[in-house]
Design a protein around this ligand. Structure first.
Ligand SMILES: [Zn+2]
Length: 546
């Protein structure tokens, strides 16, 4: 269900494209809030099916972008004269022979447990494992020491308030034979079909139902101490079937005007993919948003920070108290059921921002001296797949890429979205990590605008637990020593929710962020020298350090 189409039935008619009459210095179509809005309503529509990597919606979304580039006269920069670069993708499903046994009794795949699917698609005979309790991830100080889990299966729970990515704790347990996480059954269903690239999984991840978690220890997990030994779990004949799937990056080029430097590129990027359709079925839009609005207030009051998906940060008692309020809401208004993750902010906002920048330069009478490379990286969600593939196999010489400007979630950032937010709010990440000059240049371009944005560098701090520097597409450029800037208005309560829809975007805020990225690209492209890399180039095969 799309609330968006009901609210704005004639969006495409009301909001017309900008005229060519406006000619700011050097010419060009101005960055327009109306253009951004018109395109975002199309790109984040339910018909795009949530744009899941390797799925039909991903192909539709990338086709939309390619069609727009063609209409603007932007040159194809992909493979074989097209706008596309194929990205390897496979659909892997568990084979029917997969079996697990708890003390000899068989468990039911899909209801009792599921396993993460090894990308290789190979069978994983795990044999007979002792299970020990690792602790609750909300109390990370009390987790079992990793060396105690060697060769065993370790069970983690998330019963207390927890925000962020559990992997930041789980990834320390490299010696464990398997990591088991207690998971609610609805979340388990979302893991059933996974599209992955061909990387090898280091260790098996298993997700079990609350019932199985209790059976593993014959006692409720809330009464367990980390390190407690439980019963034995045996995995037999785990098999997987792997079929190729189609996925692609979109690449466009605007040739620079100066033959001396137009073999160099300023790369501008975003990710067109999102997380698809809710496997657990539809939810009522209004109840979900009401729940998350209250949850956000509770979590912010407690932690003084906001990192997205506020419902995950609640205690069971808080959850129940909100549910009472939401239930009373339902009596006022019939349910509006929705199952499509529209991804308007994540990352429809950045994807349409790149298009708007391309249009502005394409319509300009004078092109910048250096060339512009527009890349929409698919498969960002869950693995940065398209950006890794592009950085490893660039369609222009890698050393010709002078800098990369990445946008992900740039349409929110208001006072109600994030603590410290407001109409001028923008987070910057990585802007001085390879080139002090690039970071300074973003500051000076912003300071020179009529109404500067207010930069928040807090999530760029070394060692920041959210590891944002390592978690979006720019990282794959940075690991090859290409200086980057990551622009985002930050996480909010609709992040990865069914409610990340176009009617909640602040289009004037979005326009100003896109204008800044446009102006930074223009400045870097017109510099009399290549932007200076003054930090050591990283080893491209080394792990990312925030
Ligand atoms: Zn994103």
């Amino acid at each position: 269900m799309s609330i968006s189409r009901k609210l704005l039935p004639a969006a495409g008619l009301l909001l017309t494209s900008c005229t060519a009459a406006f000619q700011p210095g050097g010419g060009g179509d101005p960055i327009s809030a109306a253009d951004l809005q018109r395109r975002l309503y199309a790109f984040a529509a339910d018909s795009m099916m949530g744009r899941l990597f390797g799925d039909e919606g991903d192909l539709k979304g990338t086709q939309y972008i390619a069609n727009q580039l063609a209409s603007m006269g932007v040159l194809p920069g992909g493979e074989n004269g097209t706008y596309f670069q194929a990205v390897p993708a496979f659909r892997v499903t568990a084979g029917s022979g997969t079996q697990a046994f708890l003390d000899g009794a068989p468990l039911a795949y899909r209801t009792d447990y599921i396993t993460s699917i090894p990308a290789s698609g190979r069978a994983l005979p795990l044999g007979d494992l002792e299970v020990i309790y690792g602790g609750d991830l909300s109390d990370s100080a009390a987790l079992v020491p990793p060396e105690q889990t060697a060769g065993k299966a370790v069970l983690f729970t998330i019963d207390g308030p927890f925000r962020g990515n559990p992997n930041r704790f789980i990834s320390r347990y490299t010696q464990a034979a398997a990591v088991i996480t207690k998971t609610n059954p609805a979340a388990m269903r979302t893991f059933l079909v996974t599209t992955v690239t061909d990387t090898t999984a280091a260790r098996v991840n298993v997700f079990v139902s609350p019932t199985v978690a209790e059976r593993l220890f014959e006692t409720p997990s809330t009464t367990l101490r980390p390190g407690t030994a439980g019963r034995r779990l045996r995995f037999a004949s785990m098999t997987f079937q792997r079929q190729p799937a189609a996925a692609r990056n979109v690449v466009g080029i605007i040739r620079g005007s100066d033959p001396a430097v137009n073999g160099q590129y300023i790369a501008i990027g975003a990710h067109p993919d999102h997380v698809g359709i809710r496997a657990g079925g539809p939810l009522d839009h209004d109840s979900l948003r009401a729940f998350n609005t209250i949850a956000q207030r509770i979590v912010e009051a407690r932690t003084r920070e906001m990192t997205g998906s506020p419902g995950a940060g609640l205690t069971a008692a808080e959850r129940a108290s909100i549910r009472v309020n939401v239930d009373s809401l339902r009596r006022i208004r019939p349910a509006r059921r929705d199952s499509v993750f529209n991804g308007a902010d994540d990352d429809g906002s950045g994807s349409m921002g790149v298009l708007e920048i391309a249009e502005s330069f394409a319509r300009g009478r004078t092109k910048p001296r250096r060339s512009l490379l527009f890349v929409w990286h698919t498969g960002e969600e869950g693995g940065l797949r398209g950006s890794r593939h592009f950085a490893d196999n660039p369609t222009v010489p890698r050393d010709s890429i002078v800098a990369q400007l990445n946008m992900d979630m740039i349409g929110r950032g208001g006072a109600g979205d994030i603590l410290g937010g407001g109409p001028d709010y923008l987070q910057l990440v990585g802007s001085r990590r390879l080139s002090k000059e690039l970071g300074d240049l973003v500051e000076s371009v912003n300071a020179g605008s009529t109404r500067p944005l207010r930069f928040d560098y807090s999530i760029d701090a070394n060692g920041h637990p959210e590891r944002i520097y390592c978690r979006s597409d720019h990282w794959h450029y940075a690991r090859y020593g290409i200086p980057i800037v990551f622009f985002t208005t930050g996480l909010h309560m609709d992040y990865h929710q069914l409610t990340d829809e176009p009617q909640y975007i602040d289009y004037e805020h979005l326009r100003r962020v896109v204008q800044l990225v446009h102006d930074v690209a223009s400045r870097v492209a017109n510099l009399d020298h290549r932007v200076i890399v003054d930090k050591p180039k990283p080893d491209p095969t080394a792990a990312c350090v925030q």
